[in-house]
Ligand binder design. Structure first.
Ligand SMILES: C[S@@+](CC[C@H](N)C(=O)[O-])C[C@H]1O[C@@H](n2cnc3c(N)ncnc32)[C@H](O)[C@@H]1O
Length: 223
């Protein structure tokens, strides 16, 4: 994709509305291998992720941006981690456990007024960016860097075989709302330009499944 093609593709994208993420989205049978958002299924899928997050980042306050029904929040809460979440889907709060429901704020990942700047030493954003337009990804990146005082931990789906930095694609066979699979270097570049450095050491620890879908960034003080 050259810059002209990139520009046209970005301008043609339409955001996915919050209503798309209804209870059927999170709990329906359309999900491969019963991969739904019940707490018990998520406990199985997350495996050592919650304890690894605690061990690797040793966070004091965590924000889960695009938290969905809050299963990761619940699992972190069980470990004594102070965690809050943001998601624009009302169903997220409705499906969340009573233990974390009131810790979820309904709002947009790109909203600069959603929470105070630097209020969290770890911002988590997992399996969300592929659901956003490129413009929305840019705003979410800016917001994550604003919200964190130190670490950002992202997982997302990337373009499997990009021919250029600008290439991005869709993945409708897996999820009809997977509208933006970026080149991994492009997403990293967005964070670097906002004043972050890569932490390949922490990335390797968090990517224990070797799926290549993890980014860990550290905000550079004073940038
Ligand atoms: C695939 S789910 C991931 C949920 C959770 N982070 C996880 O890893 O299980 C994607 C989530 O992103 C949320 N989302 C998508 N676009 C958003 C936006 N612009 N602002 C806030 N949340 C958004 C959806 O409501 C949904 O809960």
């Amino acid at each position: 994709m050259n810059i002209t093609e990139f520009e046209q593709a970005v301008l043609a994208q339409k955001p996915v509305e919050s209503e798309h993420y209804d209870p059927e989205y999170f709990t329906g049978d359309w999900r491969a291998e019963g991969n739904n958002y019940s707490l018990e299924k998520r406990r199985e899928i997350e495996a050592k992720n919650p304890s690894l997050i605690k061990e690797v980042f040793q966070p004091r306050r965590v924000l889960d941006l695009g938290c969905g029904p809050g299963a990761l929040m619940h699992l972190l809460w069980e470990l004594g981690v102070d965690v809050e979440g943001v998601d624009f889907a009302e169903s997220s709060r409705a499906l969340a456990t009573p233990e974390v429901r009131d810790r979820i704020t309904v709002g947009d990942v790109g909203d600069p007024a959603i929470k105070p700047a630097g209020a969290y030493d770890l911002v988590v954003c997992r399996e969300v960016l592929e659901h956003l337009t490129v413009f929305q990804v840019k705003r979410a990146v800016v917001n994550m860097v604003r919200l964190t005082s130190r670490f950002i931990y992202v997982t997302t789906r990337f373009h499997p075989s990009p021919a250029s930095l600008l290439d991005f694609t869709t993945q409708f066979d897996v999820d009809p709302s997977h509208i933006t699979l970026l080149n991994k270097d492009m997403l990293r570049l967005m964070f670097v330009l906002e004043g972050c450095r890569s932490r390949p050491d922490l990335e390797a620890r968090m990517d224990w499944g070797h799926k290549g879908r993890v980014l860990v960034l550290e905000k550079i003080a004073g940038r």
